[in-house]
Structures are given as C-alpha cells and as structure tokens.
Design a protein around this ligand. Sequence first.
Ligand SMILES: NC(=O)c1ccc[n+]([C@@H]2O[C@H](COP(=O)([O-])OP(=O)(O)OC[C@H]3O[C@@H](n4cnc5c(N)ncnc54)[C@H](OP(=O)(O)O)[C@@H]3O)[C@@H](O)[C@H]2O)c1
Length: 262
Amino acid sequence: MEFKDKRILITGATGGIAYEIAKILSKEGCKLALFARREEKLKEISEELTNDNTQCIYKKCDVSNREDVIAAVNYMIKEFKGIDIAILTAGVLIPNPIQTFDSSIIKKSMEINFMGIVYFIEQILPVMKKQRNGMIAAISTLPDKRGVPGWGAYGASKAAVSWLMESLRAEAKQRYNISMVTIKPGSVETPMIKDYHRVGAVPASRAAEIIVKGLKKEKKVIQFPLSQVLLVRIQDLLPPSAYDLIPVELAKGEGYPEVKEE
Ligand SMILES: NC(=O)c1ccc[n+]([C@@H]2O[C@H](COP(=O)([O-])OP(=O)(O)OC[C@H]3O[C@@H](n4cnc5c(N)ncnc54)[C@H](OP(=O)(O)O)[C@@H]3O)[C@@H](O)[C@H]2O)c1
C-alpha cells in the first residue's frame, strides 16, 4: 500500500512510538491528524512535521472521553473529508501491585487503553464503511495471552484490545473492505518504560519502522522484536503449574515500584 496522500489519524501522537510513526509518514507526503492530551506538544510536533508534501492538523483529545473522540473525528472529517488509516496508540502503563489492589487503576487502564480504542472505532467505522475502504490499526502488547504479576490492569486492557480487534477483523474485511490490524510490540524505549529496565528494548524509531512497514504490507498482526516474540510464545505454551514457577519479581521486571503492605 502506498501512503502518499493518505489521510491518517494518529492517537497518542505526542508519545514515543506514535511520534516516530508520524515522523516517517511526514516524509511520505501524507495528511496527518494528530491527537493527544498535551496541546502544546501537538502544536510543536505538527509544526515540525509539516512540509511541502505533508499537511498536519491536531486537536487536544482525551481518548477516554467519548465526546472528545467524537469532536476529534468530526474535526478530521471536516478538514480532510475522510479517513484512510487510523493508528490508535494512546495508552498508559500503570502498575497495580497486589498489596494495594485498587479497582480505580484497572478502571483507568481500561478507559484509556481499551475504551479509548473502542470510542475511535465506533466513530471511524461508519466513515470507512461508506468509503468501502480503510485501515484501523490498534496497539496491544506482545504478552497479551498470559497474566503478568503486578501488571494485571495493563495486561487486561491490552488483552481486551487484541480480542476486540481479532473479533472484528474478518467481518470488517469481508463486509466493508476495512483492514483491522493489531500491533503487538515487545519492549520499546519510550517515556512509558523509562523507569523500568527492559533488556532487549528496541529504539522507538526502529519500532516505528517495523510498524509502518507492516501497515504497508497490510499485515493483520504486527509483532516484534523476534527474540521477544519467541520468548513470549514459549511462555504461552507453559502449563499453569510451570508458568507459576517463574519468580514473581523477575516477571514484574526491574524498576517495579516497591510497595509496603497496608
Ligand atoms: N513502550 C513499550 O515498551 C510498549 C510495549 C507494548 C505496547 N506499548 C503501547 O504502545 C503505545 C504507545 O506507547 P509509548 O511507549 O509510545 O508510550 P508514551 O511515550 O508514554 O506515549 C503514550 C502516548 O499516549 C498518550 N495518552 C495517554 N493517555 C491518553 C489519553 N487519555 N488521551 C489521549 N492520549 C493519551 C500520551 O499523550 P498525552 O500525554 O499528550 O495525552 C502519549 O503521547 C501504548 O498504548 C503502549 O501501551 C508500548
């Protein structure tokens, strides 16, 4: 798929991975609509990426707020008259230690990481159905099948994204010619994981290259890097009794916050 002149919506555009994706796309002559909560940063990025071939628009949008999402999609339709590709990457990573199990962390993770994608799909699908064309890519995570100690809120929200995308994929394609792509990155060096040491994390620019290449090839699932894909898939095969032998602190990873018992 050629990206030139494509109208591309990006959420979480101020973030590590999405900013790098937008940077690549700005060199290909696209029309970019950038959304996130930090307006000043969006303005800065938008000015940086605008060039003779690439037009950028932006709007402040909290993806967990349905009204914001409706306004964001309406703004893009008004400016660009359609949406060819949506890359939904906005997300947060919040530890939820068992010592202070707290439903508000799970709610927040679901509202941003999962409902933030649901609200966009709800607004974008009618546009793409009418066009009889389009691609919606949503970001999950590589370990989306097994629970990870301390990261249940994040993992649950990402597993929900993977499930939803897979459930929609065949029907969206067969009925409306819309491609649904699930992006499953392993560790990527971005502000999100700056406090956690992750061995083998790939630079955000490399992650963006892999993602853009995967979108161009119209892959259904984009997962990387290979070493982590293999490791996670081996873990997926372990029976629960063996999986539970993985030391909890190792599974949580370096940098996981120390928590005192209440
Ligand atoms: N880094 C990794 O290792 C890794 C691995 C697997 C999956 N992922 C996923 O990849 C995506 C991008 O992450 P990243 O690593 O690039 O992290 P990042 O640098 O922290 O970027 C996250 C972006 O999401 C935006 N965001 C957060 N909450 C939002 C909200 N309520 N409404 C709108 N935008 C919101 C933030 O922008 P504002 O603050 O301006 O709103 C920020 O630009 C996330 O969904 C993450 O879960 C990352």
